[in-house]
Write a protein that binds this ligand. Structure first.
Ligand SMILES: NC(=O)c1ccc[n+]([C@@H]2O[C@H](COP(=O)([O-])OP(=O)(O)OC[C@H]3O[C@@H](n4cnc5c(N)ncnc54)[C@H](OP(=O)(O)O)[C@@H]3O)[C@@H](O)[C@H]2O)c1
Length: 266
């Protein structure tokens, strides 16, 4: 049965742009009160203004998710303001474009700090309250790159594989608690992601055009999942094809990827 989200409270990390921003607007239209978390306060202000215009409430939380103290204070401030937390969307993240050889240990620590530890801290922060209130929904924004690793994106893919791993464990551990855990796997999405991508290759990265969707499409899938919790969500259905081929014949995908990334290889 579809849940009525009106008067629920959602935390969205990475709400200043792209998928997080669009998800905030769609939640606002459903009457959800939203805590908007990311580093750029001015961008969060703009999102909050639009949310107020849609008749909902927004709380701005300018934080860096890679800092556990800041994430803990995010959860405290949400509880102070709204008294509950029903939905957590772990969405903050960024990409790196570099071969494994070009990836330094600091690069790896940085991307894990945001994409993985940021989500882990947020989960740790909200779970005690969700357990107390006897309900909740954690929606982790992974990627198709968390199902199959892509060349020159090994570090990024590793963060998404790691996110999948804790989500799969957690959803079983929370059996019987009325707290759901969902994984969302977008394909290439038109957002600011590629503008801030850390590119160490010296070459231009062209994401495959065939597997491209809009931030609104992903946001719709996230909100639908909040209304009707699912274990896994693929906002771009054709992506199943890629996942199945990889599961039964990974060498076929290797062959395709070698061809696609040929100009990148030295
Ligand atoms: N775009 C794609 O092709 C694609 C595909 C699959 C999955 N995804 C995933 O979707 C999620 C959203 O990405 P997007 O495409 O919407 O990209 P985006 O437009 O660049 O948005 C990323 C968001 O993350 C926030 N963020 C980055 N570092 C942060 C930090 N240290 N602390 C707090 N917030 C931080 C950014 O805000 P501030 O800069 O204000 O901090 C921004 O709001 C990411 O997890 C990404 O991996 C994207």
């Amino acid at each position: 049965m579809r849940k009525n989200l009106k008067h629920s409270v959602a935390i969205i990390t990475g709400a200043s742009s792209g998928i997080g921003r669009e998800t905030a607007f769609l939640f606002a239209r459903k009457g959800v009160k939203i805590a908007l978390a990311s580093r750029r306060e001015d961008k969060l202000q703009e999102v909050a203004q639009e949310i107020n215009g849609l008749g909902s409430e927004a709380l701005i939380l300018p934080i860096d998710v890679s800092d556990q103290d800041q994430v803990d204070s995010m959860v405290e401030r949400v509880l102070e303001r709204f008294g509950q937390v029903d939905i957590l969307v772990n969405n903050a993240g960024f990409g790196q474009f570099a071969s494994i050889e070009e990836t330094s240990a600091d690069d790896m620590r940085e991307i894990f700090g945001v994409n993985f530890m940021g989500a882990f801290y947020s989960i740790k922060g909200v779970l005690p309250y969700m357990r107390k209130q006897g309900s909740g929904h954690i929606i982790n924004i992974s990627s198709v790159a968390g199902k199959r690793s892509f060349p020159f994106m090994g570090a990024y893919c590793a963060t998404k594989f790691a996110m999948n791993a804790i989500s799969e464990a957690l959803r079983i551990e929370l059996t019987g608690t009325n707290i759901h855990v969902s994984l969302v796997y977008p394909v290439t999405t038109k957002t600011g992601f590629f503008d801030v991508l850390k590119n160490k290759t010296g070459k231009r990265f062209e994401p495959p055009k065939m597997f491209t969707q809009s931030a609104q499409q992903v946001a719709q899938a996230i909100v639908k999942c909040a209304e009707n919790p699912k274990t896994e969500v693929l906002p771009f259905p054709l992506a199943w094809f890629l996942i199945v081929i990889n599961a039964i014949a990974p060498g076929v995908l290797d062959f395709i990827l070698r061809k696609y990334y040929k100009s990148m290889m030295k």
